[in-house]
Design a protein around this ligand. Structure first.
Ligand code: HEM
Length: 449
């Protein structure tokens, strides 16, 4: 036993080093052949590509898994004094597990969005956090996924695809309408045009999680969207109460809890929680569906096998294709946390790194999912991976509140496309993801016979 183990460990480490060395050549090549005029532009454009990101992380994992703390603020939208990158699976999990040492940073922007209060993703591990998550878990129940959410998503996705004659622009015509219907029909946030909900949620999401530069124009737009969204939720609450309607949706259950006197469930508390869920649900599900589809279209063998599983009605296998595809380009390659005190990552190992207080720690979930020390044959597309190999929507205390919804809804959105004969990208740029510079898919056209 000892000898085979030793050999395996040696081979895995050797491959890791070889992969890192290959990346040393592949990355400059990708930068040189990328779009853009100057070197910086080419560099930025090369690293938009998930393949280049993965190669960058491969290099880091092999030779510098926990970067030295760089005295530069890469994330300018939240206070911090410097940046550290963490790439190995064990260390990414360690950062996301140690909530007291590595804190979520979103509080100031959450308060700006809600118009005063914090939302639980912006909270540390406090009594208030436990109260709000517990309340919302009573309103958004796990067994709703099979009973309400999945049938709603499946039915709508089938209808939207059936209404198209061989061509669909996925974000506006499929992947955004489905989560928006979850927000209106299941959460109970009604009263705004669907297109407004999609736009507001995407703006607020970008402001909270994707605004690396702290763009004042985006802030203005996002806060405008937040004010509009707050008014719509206020009106939905008032209308429901005035009508006396007792609907069994998320809003209806929140009002039942309010009537029972549960702390945190006054009108304002309900609004704060609902706005967080609206932001969490719409742009994420859409981006995840589009990126999984794009990755499957990149891989003819995996694509054919996904198509076969959809035709066979093997939903578990089809879903496994979707999540494996998303591993190659998850909606966020990193999750950021700020060091609450001077501390160490990977203490007791050769890669131990001292982290000064207020350092922004970029824990790369994308890199962790490709770490050969943890993930078997990470570069292969496989549909038999244990679920624990995936870090597609966070990990630990703040792991995604909608995790079970995502597991049901992403495949439900994509399956009707995969039952169409000859599914393919549209020719030219229409068949490539177009984010319009926002990091969120606006257009992506696919066709079938
Ligand atoms: C594919 C779709 C989704 C992806 C990729 C995604 C991604 C994530 C990630 C990465 C986090 C952790 C953030 C961090 O630790 O800093 C998170 C947390 C969260 N997500 Fe999602 N999400 C998705 C769908 C949803 C949906 C449908 C909802 C609403 C039902 C939702 C609501 C939330 C909330 C409320 C949190 C905070 C949880 C907490 O603080 O305990 N997300 N999500």
């Amino acid at each position: 036993m000892i000898v085979p183990n030793f050999v395996t460990v040696f081979v895995v480490r050797l491959r890791m080093t070889a992969g890192g060395l290959a990346a040393l050549y592949q990355i400059p090549m990708a930068v040189l052949s990328a779009k853009g005029s100057g070197l910086m532009e080419k560099f930025a454009s090369a690293f938009q590509e998930p393949l280049t990101q993965r190669r960058g992380f491969r290099l880091a994992r092999a030779f510098l898994p926990n970067s030295p703390v760089i005295p530069k603020r890469f994330i300018k939208s939240y206070p911090n004094t410097g940046t550290a990158l963490v790439t190995r699976h064990d260390d990414v999990i360690e950062v996301l597990d140690r909530n007291a040492d590595f804190e979520v940073v979103y509080e100031p922007k959450m308060r700006a969005i809600t118009g005063g209060e914090n939302f639980f993703l912006g909270m540390q591990d406090t009594a208030l956090y436990a109260r709000d998550v517990s309340n919302m878990r009573l309103a958004v129940r796990r067994d709703d996924v099979a009973a309400i959410v999945e049938p709603l998503a499946r039915g709508l996705a089938e209808k939207l695809v059936a209404g198209k004659a061989g061509r669909i622009d996925v974000p506006p015509e499929l992947s955004l309408p489905v989560p928006t219907a979850i927000v209106t029909d299941y959460f109970g946030v009604t009263g705004a045009p669907e297109s407004d909900l999609m736009e507001w949620a995407t703006l607020m999401f970008r402001y909270l999680f994707a605004d690396i530069e702290g763009d004042p124009a985006l802030e203005r737009e996002a806060l405008g969207a937040a004010a509009a969204c707050r008014s719509v939720i206020d009106a939905a609450i008032a209308k429901r109460k005035a009508s006396g309607e007792t609907k069994d949706d998320v809003l209806g259950r929140c009002l039942v809890m309010q009537a029972a006197g549960l702390p945190g469930m006054d009108d304002l508390g309900i609004r704060n929680n609902l706005i967080g869920l609206v932001i969490g649900a719409i742009p994420t599900i859409s981006k995840g569906a589009v990126q999984a589809l794009d990755q499957l279209l990149e891989r003819p063998e995996a694509f054919a096998s996904a198509e076969q599983s959809a035709h066979d009605g093997n939903d578990t296998l089809f879903a496994a294709h979707v999540f494996e595809a998303l591993r190659f380009n998850p909606i966020n390659p990193i999750i950021f946390r700020r060091a609450a005190r001077v501390t160490k990552i990977a203490a007791g190992s050769f890669r131990a790194r001292k982290i000064p207080k207020d350092t922004m720690v970029l824990a790369s979930n994308l890199s962790a999912m490709f770490d050969p020390l943890k993930i078997e044959s990470p570069e292969s597309f496989r549909t038999d991976r244990p679920w624990g190999d995936y870090i597609l929507w966070g990990y630990g205390l703040h792991g995604c509140f909608g995790a079970y919804i995502n597991r049901a809804v992403l495949p439900a959105i994509l399956k009707p496309l995969f039952t169409k004969p000859g599914l393919r990208r549209a020719a030219g740029t229409a068949g490539q993801i177009d984010t319009g510079g926002t990091q969120f898919p606006k257009h992506f056209v696919v066709e079938w016979e």
